[in-house]
Design a protein around this ligand. Structure first.
Ligand code: SF4
Length: 456
């Protein structure tokens, strides 16, 4: 009997290149690798990954799509091609999970939430001709992921994605992690993660967790066991991840993090003043005060780990002056690198609810306008600054943060603070990658020309 084909698709934003602009900053479609691993052995599976290659039609019996909000329109566009031919389409991922009613108009089936508990049933129902419109999963306390089918990923990825925890109790106003992954830290068994790490071919690993050490005793203990396990098993990788500022609190944990390969950590700083931190509902940063940032960065750097600080522009309380002040803060706060974002109301966030209620969405021709919701342009009507002007102020701040002179001066400090190979990695990140993303990747159609999906 002919094997059935499951085609899995990772769509790319057709409007703007963003993080896609550099090969090194593209993220593997980990969820598709997990779906492939959960699919029974009788299926032939192929991944089309627009991070590397534009979609071209490929025969399939069943099509699965994942999407962020900004890539959802492209997912719908591709789904339409298959639906026209009578091929069933299934969509999961954060966007479909946050707005399932919208997604159900464009695909046959929506998987809302985590796929692991329901994917076996989806395939069984497809095979018996009983597919439902919606499969919804509950959060399980312990996460078990099969090893993703990394053999199906494009070989061009420099960094491998691995997940160790899910969920976050902090509920920041602009973030949909708590809605998507739950308000509690949930953990994968450490040995399961180590088994997976041993099979990762890349030297560089991105632990895609939203907070690798969390803020509870249990979550820190999980991180400690993970770092110790990496050292014990002799797994030689360099890794980066994301955390809150309490990453700096425990010197022993930082030593273990470095020894296990940590060379960079992303910290959600978001802003340097109380007004903006209140808007962000960034409780931990507020409780410690922006004055603590420099000490936080130094404590981490002295263990050889570089700090990437996340900064957001476009708060309601922002003015031209506060935006300029944030750029000045960036130049002297002591972080090694920055991810600069424009405040964006994504579905599933408190910010989205508020912006919709106040009728302040600048673009609402959905789903097409979702392409703009990628953190690179203002999508909220600001109370005091017209959008074009706001964009100009933000652009000016970003250019200052990423000017070659400021990058070099920052990097010399990184070399001094970390006295490790971290400085080379940070220089590459700042000069060749982030500078390109945050200056050039902001522009519409800078790399990708929008073309309708090719169905021939
Ligand atoms: S921004 Fe970070 S700390 Fe805040 S809710 Fe999201 S994951 Fe949690």
């Amino acid at each position: 009997m002919k094997r059935k084909t499951l085609l899995l698709i990772n769509p790319a934003n057709q409007l703007r290149s963003g993080f896609h602009i550099n090969r090194a900053t593209r993220n593997q479609p980990l969820s598709l690798g997990i779906i492939a691993a959960l699919t029974p052995p009788g299926w032939k599976i192929k991944i089309i990954d627009e991070n590397f290659k534009e979609f071209r039609y490929y025969e399939a019996d069943l099509v699965g799509l994942t999407a962020f909000t900004s890539t959802a329109p492209r997912a719908y566009e591709i789904a339409a091609i298959y639906r026209k031919k009578g091929v069933k389409t299934i969509m999961g991922g954060i966007h479909a999970s946050m707005v399932p009613d919208e997604s159900m108009q464009f695909v046959d089936v929506v998987v809302q939430g985590e796929a692991e508990p329901v994917w076996g049933q989806v395939i069984a129902d497809f095979e018996s001709g009983n597919l439902k419109k919606l499969y919804k999963s509950q959060f399980s306390k312990e996460i078990h992921q099969p090893k993703p089918r990394r053999d199906l990923f494009h070989p061009g990825y420099i960094c491998a994605g691995v997940q160790t925890t899910r969920g976050c109790p902090m509920n920041c106003s602009f973030c949909s992690v708590s809605a998507f992954n739950g308000q509690h830290y949930r953990f994968r068994p450490v040995e399961e993660i180590l088994d997976e790490l041993e099979e990762v071919p890349q030297k560089f690993v991105f632990f895609i967790d939203d907070n690798i050490i969390g803020q509870s005793r249990e979550s820190k203990e999980h991180a400690r066991q993970l770092f110790e396990g990496i050292i014990r098993r002799g797994i030689k990788k360099y890794w980066l991840s994301q955390s809150s500022i309490n990453f700096a609190d425990d010197g022993d944990l930082l030593k273990l993090a470095y020894r296990s390969g940590c060379r960079m950590i992303f910290l959600g700083i978001e802003a340097e003043t109380e007004d903006q931190l209140k808007e962000a509902n960034k409780k931990l940063n507020l409780s410690r005060g922006a004055g603590s940032y420099n000490k936080v960065f130094k404590s981490i750097q002295k263990h050889g780990i570089g700090v990437i600080a996340g900064l957001i522009f476009g708060w309601d309380s922002d003015t031209r002056e506060t935006i300029r002040a944030r750029a000045r803060f960036a130049l002297k706060c002591g972080a090694d690198s920055f991810q600069t974002s424009v405040l964006t109301p994504l579905p599933g966030t408190q910010l989205f609810e508020k912006t919709v209620a106040e009728k302040r969405l600048l673009y609402s021709n959905f789903p097409n306008d979702w392409q703009r919701y990628d953190y690179f342009e203002p999508t909220i009507e600001h109370p005091a600054i017209p959008a074009e002007m706001l964009d100009g102020h933000i652009s000016e701040a970003i250019r200052q943060i990423y000017s070659p002179l400021n990058i070099i001066s920052r990097n010399l400090k990184t070399l001094w603070n970390t006295r490790s190979i971290t400085a080379t990695w940070i220089l590459t990140l700042n000069y060749w990658y982030y500078r390109n993303i945050f200056i050039n990747g902001r522009y519409v159609n800078s790399r990708i020309k929008h073309k309708p999906a090719n169905n021939s």
